[in-house]
Design a protein around this ligand. Sequence first.
Ligand code: GDP
Ligand code: IMO
Ligand code: MG
Length: 428
Amino acid sequence: MPGTVIVGTQWGDEGKGKVVDLLAEDAEMVVRFQGGNNAGHTIVRDGEEFKFHLIPSGILYPGRTCVIGNGVVVDPSVLIDELESLRRRGIDVGGLRLSANAHLIMPYHVLLDTAGEARLGKLEIGTTKRGIGPCYADKSARLGIRVQDLLDAKILRKKIAAALEPKKQLLRPYERDPRIDLHAMTEEYLRYGHRLEPHITDTSRLCWEALDAGKQVIFEGAQATLLDLDHGTYPFVTSSNPVAGAACVGAGVGPTDIDEVWGVCKAYTTRVGAGPFPTELSDEVGAHMADRGHEVGTTTGRARRCGWLDLVALRYASRLNTLTALAITKLDVLSGLDRLRVAVRYRGAEGAVFDEFPYHQSILHTAEPEYEEVPGFGEDITGARTESELPPEARDYLALISETTGVPIRLVGVGPGRDQVVTMAAAP
Ligand code: GDP
Ligand code: IMO
Ligand code: MG
């Protein structure tokens, strides 16, 4: 299985980092293909916690090639900080490769992200305010600054000036802000270029070479299917395509290089930021999930909204990503709940029944989930390592997910540690 894509199936923070870390053990290369430092991927190894925003989750394996692909938007100051903090912890970061074609988040993108949210007021998206949307907007408008531009002072200055021109009006409140002074910005970004130069290369070619040699390459998704710009709960989405299909574009490989697509799914649902969330709970069960699951955003520290698992949405994610496997995480968080519920269909405001994820925004905003209820389990399962060590109710819950989606479950997370995982018997 040379090319394996790992994607989030919900609204992010499913535990993609942990799953990538587990699968990366046998891989040659790990590649991020979209998003930026809006992502926060956590790995816990021997009780030590690592949080990655830009660097792929394979970096903890010495010598592993870790690629930031062309589809990622890179804030170079964040990347340099992340590299420095890993170095200080004794991690070898020599294997990091950065695409020369990736776009750069500039200080004005961050300011515009914050200003855009303020302008929306009550209608705000709840972005991470990392400049992600404005950076992808410039990329589409062909006003983006790319990693390769950092290596040529004249080009860099010219491109920054061209990118600033149409933003003059919007940036007027920050006119005197030294962060967006043309000269200062050019100098600052040239310094970043100098620091990052040893890592900059043609990463599409690197991926091709590894795949061509039959080596395993893992494509690490950030964000998730329901935050996808095209397929998610627009406009409450991110500005990239986190679905599996985007791995090809964002890494520069062809569709036939992808052999497997793993979907990571929490045993319940969480969402940070605004937007529809049909199975959201505001009762003590939601509080149990938030508390036991430590549901606080890795990047922004915001509380995550919590709710029951939504199988309508998961079926949708399985289809959009053509999932070949599921990794169910945080099953341990559900222990202690008497009854478990999963949404199996929605009912619209006028009583219409939706078995499939509705495409219409207004329907999704008012949809009421219809649940199937199954018995919960009281046991602490954090020590389970095999399927047979899981209580029968937990196994039945997993079977229900797998049967409803038609996708086999390969891994089940029972705690944050890398050893806290149950490998499921391969499906027939
Ligand atoms: P990502 O963005 O998809 O990589 O996920 P995050 O790292 O933002 O959030 C997932 C959180 O859950 C992290 O704090 C992980 O350490 C933790 N985690 C991952 N898998 C499990 C699990 O199976 N059980 C528990 N209790 N925590 C987990
Ligand atoms: P990982 O990779 C959860 C959400 C934000 C907001 C919306 C748009 O850790 O799963 P943006 O800053 O991207 O313009 O914000 O997307 N969001 C995430 N939510 N996990 C993430 O990443 C997210 N990245 C963005 O909260 O609702
Ligand atoms: Mg996260």
